[in-house]
Design a protein around this ligand. Structure first.
Ligand SMILES: Nc1ncnc2c1ncn2[C@@H]1O[C@H](COP(=O)(O)OP(=O)(O)O)[C@@H](O)[C@H]1O
Ligand SMILES: O=C(OP(=O)(O)O)[C@H](O)COP(=O)(O)O
Length: 394
C-alpha cells in the first residue's frame, strides 16, 4: 500500500482520533451484528498497547445532521467494552469543550468513543470547521473505516488535512486484498456478480471485464441478460433500458476472451413467497406468468465447477432471493463451493453476499469478507475512495 499505516508512526502518549465504521445492524436498541466492531479491534488494541489515548469516531445510520436518540452509540460502546475487555468512556457529543474535558482525564491506553458524528450537519458536508473541531481533539488521525471510505465527510476526509493521517490495519487489509485482486490477480480469476439490479453493477462489470478470466452473472440481474439474448423472462426482474448494455457486456466478454456464464436453468415461481409453486426451467423457456427467483441445479453445478478451477474469486451479490429459503439454493451453492475451494482465495464484497455467507454459517471459511458494501463496490469500479486519498503517502 502506498499510504502510511499506524505502523509507520509513533503514537506513544499521543491522542489519536481513530475513525472506525461502527455502523452496525441494531435491533431493539442492541447491536445485532458486531462484525464491524470486531474487525476494528486489531487497530484499537495496537493503539492502546502502544500507549496512545484512543478516541474512536463513527457514524450510525443516517440521522441527517440531527440528534436521533435511537442512533446514539451507547450500545456500541457497551459491546466494544465487552469485546476489548476494558473500560470504554462514551461522550454524548463528538467535539467541543465537554469532550475535551473528558479527553484530559484519559491515561495512556484508554479508549473513548465519541457520539455519532452524523448528528452534526457538517459531517456529511465535509465542513472544514467541523473537520478542524475534530482535529483539535487529537495529535494524530487514523482511518480504519473502510466501510465509509467512499464518503468524503469531515471525519473520513476533511480531518486528514489538519493532522498526520494514516491507515489502520483493517483499512490496510481491505485495500491490499481488493487492490491485489484488481492489479495483480492469481489466475484463473473469477468474478461472480449477482443481486437485484444491473444499474447498480454497471461500473463493476465494466471494470472487471478487463481483468477477469471468468465472469458469472446471476441473481435478478441475469434476466436482463437473458432478455438480451432474445428470450422472454416472464415476470422476472427486468431492466428494459439496460438490455442493450447487457448485450454489449456479452460482446465485450467475447472480444476480451472472458468466459461468460449465465444461468442455464432457473427456478421460477408463481408468487414471490416461500409457499409459491415452483418449477425448474431452461433459461430460454421461462413461462409468461412466472418469475425467476433462483439459479437452477445445472447452473449451480457449473458455478461450483468454475469456482473450483479458480485461484481467485470475488463475489458480489446473491444468486437468487436467498432471504426466502425456497430460493436460497443458488446462493448457498456458491457459498458452499467457495468454502470448499481450498486452493482458491475467496473474497466477498460485503453487503448481501456477506449476509448470505453468515446465514449459511460459512463466513469463517472465506479468506476475506469485506466490511464495506458500497465501498468495496466503488473500489471494484476503479473509483477513488476519498477516505483513502486523504491519507499521507509513504
Ligand atoms: N432473481 C431475483 N429476483 C429478485 N430479486 C433478487 C433475485 N436474485 C436476487 N435478488 C435480490 O437481490 C437483493 C440483493 O441485491 P443487491 O443489493 O444488488 O446485492 P448486494 O447488496 O450484494 O450488492 C437480495 O435482496 C435478493 O433477494
Ligand atoms: O454501512 C455502510 O455502507 P454499506 O452498507 O454499503 O457497507 C457504511 O457504513 C456507509 O454508510 P452510508 O451508506 O450511510 O454512508
Amino acid at each position: 500500500m502506498d499510504k502510511k499505516s499506524v505502523r509507520d508512526i509513533d503514537v506513544k502518549g499521543k491522542t489519536v482520533f481513530c475513525r472506525v465504521d461502527f455502523n452496525v445492524p441494531m435491533s431493539e436498541g442492541n447491536v445485532s451484528d458486531d462484525t464491524r466492531i470486531r474487525a476494528a479491534l486489531p487497530t484499537i488494541q495496537y493503539l492502546t498497547e502502544q500507549g496512545a489515548k484512543v478516541l474512536l469516531a463513527s457514524h450510525l445510520g443516517r440521522p441527517k445532521g440531527q440528534v436521533d436518540e435511537e442512533l446514539r452509540l451507547n450500545a456500541v460502546a457497551e459491546r466494544l467494552q465487552e469485546l476489548l475487555g476494558k473500560n470504554v468512556v462514551k461522550t454524548d457529543e463528538a467535539y467541543g469543550d465537554t469532550v475535551k474535558a473528558e479527553i484530559s482525564k484519559l491515561s495512556e491506553g484508554d479508549v473513548l468513543l465519541l457520539e455519532n458524528v452524523r448528528f452534526y450537519p457538517g459531517e456529511e458536508k465535509n465542513d472544514p470547521e467541523l473537520a478542524k473541531a475534530f482535529a483539535e481533539l487529537a495529535d494524530v488521525y487514523v482511518n480504519d473505516a473502510f466501510g465509509a471510505a467512499h464518503r468524503a465527510h469531515a471525519s473520513t476526509a476533511g480531518i486528514a488535512e489538519h493532522l498526520p493521517a494514516v491507515a489502520g490495519f483493517l483499512m490496510e487489509k481491505e485495500l491490499e486484498v481488493l487492490g491485489k485482486a484488481l492489479s495483480d490477480p492469481e489466475r484463473p480469476f473469477t468474478a461472480i456478480i449477482g443481486g437485484a439490479k444491473v444499474k447498480d453493477k454497471i461500473g463493476v462489470i465494466q471494470h472487471l471485464l478487463d481483468r477477469v478470466d471468468n465472469l458469472i452473472i446471476g441473481g435478478g440481474l441475469a434476466y436482463t441478460f437473458i432478455k438480451a439474448q432474445g428470450h422472454g423472462v416472464g415476470k422476472s426482474l427486468l431492466e428494459e433500458d439496460k438490455v442493450d448494455l447487457a448485450k454489449s457486456f456479452m460482446e465485450q466478454a467475447k472480444e476480451k476472451g472472458v468466459n461468460f456464464y449465465m444461468p442455464v436453468d432457473v427456478v421460477v415461481a408463481d408468487d414471490f413467497s416461500n409457499d409459491a409453486n415452483t418449477q425448474v426451467v431452461s433459461f430460454d423457456s421461462i413461462p409468461d406468468e412466472w418469475e425467476g427467483l433462483d439459479a437452477g441445479p445445472k447452473s449451480r453445478e457449473i458455478y461450483a465447477d468454475v469456482i473450483k478451477k479458480s485461484k481467485l474469486v470475488i463475489w458480489n451479490g446473491p444468486m437468487g432471493v436467498f432471504e426466502l429459503d425456497a430460493f436460497a439454493n443458488g446462493t448457498k451453492a456458491v457459498a458452499e463451493a467457495l468454502a470448499e475451494a481450498e486452493d482458491t482465495y475467496t473474497v466477498i464484497g460485503g453487503g448481501d453476499s456477506a449476509a448470505a455467507a453468515e446465514k449459511f454459517k460459512l463466513a469463517e471459511k472465506m479468506d476475506h469478507i469485506s466490511t464495506g458494501g458500497g465501498a468495496s463496490l466503488e473500489f471494484m469500479e476503479g473509483k477513488e475512495l476519498p477516505g483513502v486519498t486523504a491519507l499521507n503517502d509513504k
